[in-house]
Design a protein around this ligand. Structure first.
Ligand SMILES: [Zn+2]
Length: 143
């Protein structure tokens, strides 16, 4: 019986003969205890084993590269507003009191000379503080 296991030293996905007590990892040379290893796939066929090694390898890479909530992970952590932005912040709140709905572009126009970074930070802080919410994609409303 063969099985697909992962080297605990370097995370290389390996095909191994499960009858053996231990195998040597071809990448890092570390000893892998086959009896204790988590077996991702079992088969009697050497051909199937090679395919399973490839598939388990792909799945593990996929899991690492695709965290559960990529959109949330991409957002910056709440950034404190800088000195020159407190005026913009006040201005943004004033504008929000006067409109029912606005887009990022409309907020930019209301704030005047604001750069992308500042605009993102103000928008993010407004959302984070629950002052506004995203009603539909790209449209914001006072909460
Ligand atoms: Zn290894």
């Amino acid at each position: 019986m063969f099985g697909v296991i992962v080297c605990p030293h370097c995370t290389l996905v390996l095909g191994a003969d499960l009858e053996m007590a231990r195998v040597t990892c071809p990448r890092c040379g570390g000893k892998v205890n086959v009896r204790k290893a988590k077996v991702y796939f079992r088969t009697d066929s050497g051909k199937e084993l090679a395919e399973a090694v490839r598939q388990v390898g792909e799945r593990l890479v996929y899991d690492i590269e695709s965290p559960a909530a990529p959109d949330v992970a991409r957002l910056p952590a709440k950034a404190p507003l800088r000195g020159e932005e407190t005026a913009l912040w006040t201005q943004a709140q004033k504008m929000i009191e006067e409109v029912e709905e606005f887009s990022r572009e409309e907020l930019r126009a209301a704030l005047g000379g604001v750069d992308e970074d500042q605009l993102d930070r103000i928008l993010f802080n407004l959302l984070e503080d629950g002052i506004i919410y995203e009603a539909t994609a790209g449209r914001y409303r006072p909460a």
